[in-house]
Design a protein around this ligand. Sequence first.
Ligand SMILES: [Zn+2]
Length: 227
Amino acid sequence: MASDALTAGAITVTSKTIPEEQIEKILSTPGIVFTNGHFEYPVSNKEQTGNHLQSVFLIEPIAANKQYVDWIVDDIAGWLESEHIEVDVIFAPAQEAVKIIVDALAKKKNLRTVYWEYLPGGWFGQKVVAGQVKPDERVLVFNGVSQQGRCVGLRLPSFVEKLGGQTVAAAVFAKGTVEGVKDAEKKFGDRLYSTIQVSIPISTPDTCTVCKNDPSKKLIPWTQLKP
Ligand SMILES: [Zn+2]
């Protein structure tokens, strides 16, 4: 699966420091990459409409492996040290798989955690659900997968700002390839960490080429994907 995706160029390893044998093992986890499909992410609800994606990357099966989490966390901690990034708090969506990684990183680096509301289907909520950002604190924003780049580039930093903190760096396990990701790369430079990059074409429902060219291809909510 993942090794096929690597071979096909769908996944690029962007961390220069994670040992090759570790990332190969991590990416061989079954059920992390779904390609050539028609997926909805986030899942539409009464108020909001989700996007249509041809591939999806799931962090959940990776976060379920403690060894893999430790390897990822070691690599992120090494990046913070080599870039001389000083932070007080990690700020992340309260998504179970994300919390596993963030809690491990916080423990290793002796940092506090603040979690933002995460709604079923993949949307951000409107409030902090655990922890607290104190005035002028230096914040690392984190997400497991940033398909669009907007979460770590714009949304999470805007929540941090409203809480009075200062986003000084951003980290994700997997980043996508669309414009929003490039914006986040420009904004943070070396202060944006990613372990891998995954090629994920994203469209709004009205510009989706799958809907247009293959209308019989059922749209599958990402929450229904099982490893
Ligand atoms: Zn579509």
